[in-house]
Design a protein around this ligand. Structure first.
Ligand SMILES: NC(=O)c1ccc[n+]([C@@H]2O[C@H](COP(=O)([O-])OP(=O)(O)OC[C@H]3O[C@@H](n4cnc5c(N)ncnc54)[C@H](OP(=O)(O)O)[C@@H]3O)[C@@H](O)[C@H]2O)c1
Length: 383
């Protein structure tokens, strides 16, 4: 045996066999997953814990995936708090003492290995995003089924952060602009929280489809910089909430234009004001409630202008429109690839094998407090 090993070593083969074995055990053997978990709803800093568990090799229709990037969206925080209508499934399957769930709804994964009955078009190395909510994306590895994933067919020219954030914010903006008011080239829409992830996406998609936009943001010390930034994205007008409430100022901005669509992320007075600004037969779509305040719609806007009020929720729309969702993701990624759709500003938190709970909690806490101007996102190291 020894002379045989000696011969192999001399030929450099032992190193190669060991390297192949290491690859075998990480690609096809057990994966070690680290995740954030919670067992009760509550404030994230009180209920989230860091947990590790092993993932066995895939069998049948199971696919083992490695997370590359997972965003931290306002809805993820609301879900942990228990105030979001979609609730995750609490399970003992993660090996925690009490039933628990992994937070996070959006994310980008790499296919690591596939069970024997998985569709052969799905192959290790491909990228995929989650097909729907509630997967639990704040972790490093997981097991999925084909129905949980939308494969990204061509990742050339797309960064992991762009792919990881495509299915919530840009998709919401895309649907609201496309499906409600029948906007055509040159038509105007108006929106509040225009500097949000959804707002920035709406500006850019609107520009690509030939729509004009009036973009409202909250006042701040560096307002001129923000106004310029949003104009460069394609915003036609960028104004503050104070300016939007000034009727004379708004009369000048909207002179000769009928605003057909308003996108409401805020609620409260800001939303009431959108209803006032909307033109005849306009549509007010509420998709967020950042101020946490209800809003009233002036009776005159309903009676004399016949405005229509709707809500939009991307989770519900995605469940009913699988084929349209895949097409929408392809459209948005093709704009990204062509350099026509710019990233939202990100705040990256690196997640490697030894990252502590405190580090992972920083972007989560920022997501609850004042908006930092950047989308928090976990970027996982390959270990
Ligand atoms: N319905 C759906 O399908 C859907 C899909 C995606 C997102 N959403 C919702 O849309 C909202 C925005 O999400 P996002 O990911 O785009 O958020 P984001 O990028 O984190 O931006 C948050 C925005 O909210 C504004 N904001 C924060 N607190 C506010 C307050 N108290 N009053 C007024 N404005 C406030 C911020 O303005 P400042 O810069 O002035 O702080 C910023 O423009 C969230 O409520 C989210 O849940 C809904």
């Amino acid at each position: 045996m020894l002379p045989f090993m000696h011969m192999l070593r001399r030929a450099g083969l032992v190193k190669r066999i060991l390297a192949t074995r290491r690859q075998y055990s990480s690609r096809f053997g057990y994966e070690h997953s680290r995740c954030l978990v919670f067992s009760n709803f509550g404030q994230p800093e009180k209920v989230l814990k860091l947990h590790s568990y092993s993932i066995p090799p895939p069998y049948d229709d199971i696919i083992n995936v490695r997370f590359i990037a997972s965003p931290i969206n306002p809805a993820d925080i609301n879900q942990i708090e228990g105030v979001y209508p979609e609730k995750p499934e609490f399970t003992l399957g993660l090996g925690t003492g009490e039933k628990s769930a992994v937070p996070g709804n959006e994310g980008l994964v790499e296919i690591v290995s596939c069970g024997s009955r998985v569709n052969p078009s799905i192959r290790p190395g491909q990228w995929a995003i989650m097909s729907g909510p509630n997967f639990g994306t704040w972790r490093t590895y997981a097991q999925a089924k084909e129905s949980n994933l939308i494969i990204i067919p061509d990742r050339e020219g797309i960064s992991p952060l762009q792919a990881a954030t495509v299915s919530v914010n840009p998709s919401t903006a895309y649907c609201m602009l496309k499906y409600f008011a029948g906007l055509g080239s040159g038509d105007y829409f108006i929106q509040n929280a225009a500097n949000s992830g959804v707002g920035r996406s709406a500006i850019q998609i609107g520009r690509l489809w030939g729509f004009k936009s009036i973009n409202i943001v909250r006042d701040r010390p560096d307002i001129d910089r923000l106004k310029e930034e949003l104009r460069l994205l394609g915003g036609t007008e960028v104004i503050t909430e104070t300016e939007a409430k000034d009727r004379r100022y708004m009369a000048k901005i909207t002179e000769g234009r009928s605003i057909k669509l308003a996108l409401n992320c805020v609620g409260g007075e800001s939303a009431t004001n959108l209803a006032r600004i909307l033109g005849h037969n306009g549509h007010l779509i509420t998709y967020g409630a950042m101020s946490k305040s209800p809003f009233s719609v002036p009776a005159s806007a309903l009676i004399f202008k016949n405005i229509h009020c709707h809500g939009f929720w991307i989770s519900a729309w995605s469940k009913r429109n699988e084929a349209a969702k895949s097409q929408m993701i392809r459209d948005i990624l093709s704009w990204v690839r062509d350099g026509e759709f710019t990233d939202i500003p990100y705040e990256i938190t690196k997640w490697s094998g030894d990252t502590e709970l405190e580090t992972l909690m920083e972007p989560v806490k920022r997501g609850i407090s004042e908006y930092s101007g950047r989308k928090g996102i976990f970027l996982m190291d390959e270990d």
